[in-house]
Design a protein around this ligand. Sequence first.
Ligand code: R7I
Ligand code: MG
Ligand code: MG
Length: 307
Amino acid sequence: MKYKFIGALIGTAVGDASGAPLEGYSMDEVNSVKGRSDTWEMISGRYTDDTEMMIGVAESLIENKGFNGEDMALRFIENYDPGRGYGPGSKEALRRITEGESWEEASKTLFGGKGSYGNGAAMRIAPVGVFYYDDADKLREIAYTSSHITHSHVLGKEGAALQAFSIALAVRGTEKEAMMLELKEFVKTVVYKEKLSKVESLLENGTEVSKREVISELGNGEAAFNSVPTAVYSFLRAGSFKDAIVYAVSLGGDTDTIGAMTGAISGAYYGEGGIPEEWEKKLEEGKKGRQYIRWLGEELYQVKFCI
Ligand code: R7I
Ligand code: MG
Ligand code: MG
């Protein structure tokens, strides 16, 4: 169990770093850079906003032994490094909070008052997925409220909840075949129900389905509904952590984020031991690098089970 907690967090970072140098590339561009998948290697160990925000979520859950919105928002602000490629909506929400607006209000005015449906809330959700893995109602509640700091659109929040619940099922050790049913029962909005039906049909068609079809059915973009189902599919169709990440990144588009989300679910499912050692070792070190992220996973486990 401890290695599943660590796996979800390190998996986020490894998936993020794997996709980072290719973010925004089309599928064809990725394939021309990467070549055949059996020669595929992680180019750089540097992570992006996805992992930096995930670190903030973990730090806050550990420190408060559960969710505290004001504290989590402050962690995001403290950790904020403009060189990590933040989305414009998240950046604006954090700027507003820095200037004194409450974390409950700051995200509401974005995108014409509808709030963001970007994948920025889902990409950072791994600590919520592992910490509340045994309580679906609580997991949904905390996924929604933690998302709200930057993402107040229902589709942004629901994407984060779907991603968190996928991680929770992986922590529980639910068989892949049984996951689809649980996920379909869990999601509430039509958009995600339809996307999950598409995931199911694609899975039924086996590994021969073309990447073009996957991209046109599920998406590979920055909206949560065009990337969370893609990560779930990338995880479900693969037989290992490595295959899942290579596939997710090979779709192009929002590669770091689809990589991070696929890595979180896969890391929780296979545990840290399923993550290629050479990839984990390549992750950046420094103040909040590889060892710190591992430590956060251990601490989350301690807070969950030992206190
Ligand atoms: O969701 P967010 O933090 O961005 C995350 C992405 C990931 O790929 C990271 O790796 C990083 O590169 O950024 O930031 P937002 O700006 O809230 O959302 C991302 C994008 O989704 C926006 O820039 C918009 O293009 C789109 N988007 C919307 N478009 C129209 N209407 C999000 N919400 C809306 C909307 O309501
Ligand atoms: Mg990023
Ligand atoms: Mg991204």
